[in-house]
Ligand binder design. Sequence first.
Ligand code: TYD
Length: 207
Amino acid sequence: MKGKFITIEGTDGSGKSTQIELLMKYLDEKGVDSVLTREPGGTPIGEKIREILLDKNFKEMTDITEAFLYAASRNQHVREVIIPALEAGKVVVCDRFIDSSIAYQGGARELGADMVMDINKFAIEGVMPDMTLFFDLAPEKGILRKKKEHELDRLEEEKLDFHKKVYDAYKKLCEDYPERINAIDADDTVDNIHKKVIEYVDKLLKE
Ligand code: TYD
């Protein structure tokens, strides 16, 4: 495919949103044809699935249901948004993708990376990120940041132990896919982090 697929990953409160905003502004100023999208969501069906996933009333949701719902939202997104944009030669920036499922459902919910990968094989239809940026921030700090911003959703509300498992699973992914995933220290100034983001993105765009 002609375009480039960049995914942004991190634990809750790792500062992804701020950095994504700055990155999109940078790409725009550079005249790069880019689209920003997110998971779960990114399509009308996906946004409905997102509402179910983040609803605090659904305490009874099983881990497997959760994994399949994220994957369902992903397949709709891949078909409806990601593939067409990549075919049109665009740079697609996606706030969370398959690594989130491996970290949250595989790691924290303990379904295991293999099972989550198996479910997602159907969802992604062979589309993997060209590059992933992982915002590396201790989970304790991330959750504190989120609490200051807004009332926590179903996943954010999980115990610290859950977020630690998410973080450990991300670290393992960084070890397993060093070619694809770049970790960026997110305990730094917005400006310094942005500079690092740009370095990685520029390198990819030159390839
Ligand atoms: P969101 O509000 O988008 O969180 P953030 O701003 O931190 O990205 O909510 C998405 C939540 O869903 C977040 O807690 C991570 C979780 N998630 C999974 O558990 N599995 C997945 O596959 C994806 C995409 C997200």
